[in-house]
Design a protein around this ligand. Structure first.
Ligand SMILES: [Zn+2]
Length: 376
């Protein structure tokens, strides 16, 4: 993510903090500095940093469980409104989504329980917020604050509003009964009702809540559209959507040939092959970006992306999409025993998704099968 600083890496996951986060530390220092002087300012800054360390642990909870189920994690980013673990793809099964979603809040429950044991105070004292606000900056009050922070993190994240953790848990549970698409539609609908209520409440109480409500509303809509796209893509196989007329280059063709073809064709990715034996892929964007640097007479072999991932023709497009996400968008070659059938990238899948969506709205769930006269 841009405007962020890399703090380190755990289990291959980069942990980054957005520069705007520094503002929050300053606000924390300033607010407590006004009441308790220098010591208060230090306490305020430290409180914010410790609370966000708990947010990192929450996101690590999601990330490590995701990795356990074969879902790659790009990075964890800390923003002033909280943390985000950016997964490379969606979990494959509802049970995986359920456990990944639960892992984050569970980390906060464990931390809160640990702090409760360390603090050794009565539950009544524990929830005396006014006392906490008045208490001087000591290690005890910091631990008490962290206890409250972790309880709040667990409770807030478990609100059943997609795309928050609670919403994901609810969707996963409903998926066992209704299937992914219907479960997403029900959960997203509930999330949007909750978001509207949250926004109305926030107008008179907290502008931040209005902002979060807006994020939830848009996030729920995004989840709905992703689930629909995945369901439509799952109905098609990779081999069915490869264009037999697609332009293919030989490694000895020049960059100039690829530039000419890019101007004529709407193809986003090209196969580079000896006959049907794939060497690699070349995207239109690569051609445009590199043509000036390498020159038009250079053989394409020099700018070809070698050893592309191959997929079988019977792989569902929803699985192809998952592989593309995990590969950071690098296109895949569809290959049967006879050789390469074509190349598929994100551009192809979004074109197909948009077409199948329009077809589905007209009541057609698959490409029209050949009529008996033409096929036989
Ligand atoms: Zn979470």
């Amino acid at each position: 993510m841009r405007w962020s600083l890399r703090l380190g890496s755990i289990s291959g996951i980069d942990i980054r903090v957005h520069f705007t986060f520094a503002l929050l530390v300053v606000i924390g220092a300033q607010q407590l500095g006004q009441v308790h002087g220098e010591r208060g300012a230090l306490f305020g800054a430290l409180s914010v940093i410790c609370l966000f360390a708990c947010v990192v642990l929450h996101e690590l909870g999601h990330s490590l469980v995701a990795q356990r189920f074969g879902v790659g994690v790009r990075e964890i980013v800390l923003l002033p409104i909280g943390g985000v673990a950016r997964l490379l793809s969606e979990p494959k099964k509802p049970l995986h989504e359920l456990l990944i979603a639960l892992a984050g809040p569970l980390v906060n429950v464990v931390i809160a329980l640990g702090l409760f044991l360390v603090l050794q105070v009565s539950p009544l004292q524990l929830f005396d917020i006014q006392e906490l606000q008045k208490s001087p900056p000591t290690v005890h009050s910091l631990l008490l604050l962290l206890f409250h922070g972790n309880v709040a993190l667990a409770v807030f994240n478990m609100v059943p509003a997609l795309p928050m953790d609670g919403g994901r848990v609810l969707r996963a549970l409903l998926s066992f009964v209704f299937g992914q698409v219907r479960a997403t539609n029900i959960t997203a609908g509930l999330a949007q009702v909750l978001a509207v209520a949250m926004a109305f409440y926030g107008i008179s109480h907290s502008p931040l809540l209005v902002f979060i409500a807006l994020l939830v509303f848009m996030g729920a809509e995004q989840e709905r559209s992703t689930a629909r796209t995945n369901a439509l893509l799952a109905e098609l196989q990779a081999g069915e959507v490869c264009d037999p007329q697609a332009i293919t280059f030989a490694p000895g063709d020049t960059v100039g040939t690829a530039v000419d073809q890019s101007l004529r064709s709407s193809q986003a990715h090209f196969l580079v092959a000896y006959g049907t034996e794939p060497i690699g892929t070349l995207s239109r964007d690569d051609v445009v970006a590199l043509a000036g640097r390498v020159g038009l007479h250079t053989p394409l072999a020099t700018i070809t992306r070698r050893s592309p991932q191959t997929v079988p023709p019977d792989m569902r497009l929803s699985d192809v999409r998952r592989i593309l996400q995990e590969n950071g968008g690098a296109p895949v070659v569809v290959r049967s025993d006879e050789g390469a059938l074509g190349v598929l990238g994100f551009e192809d899948l979004s074109r197909i998704a948009s077409l199948t969506d329009s077809l589905a709205r007209g009541g057609v769930r698959r490409p029209v099968a050949p009529s008996p006269e033409t096929s036989g």
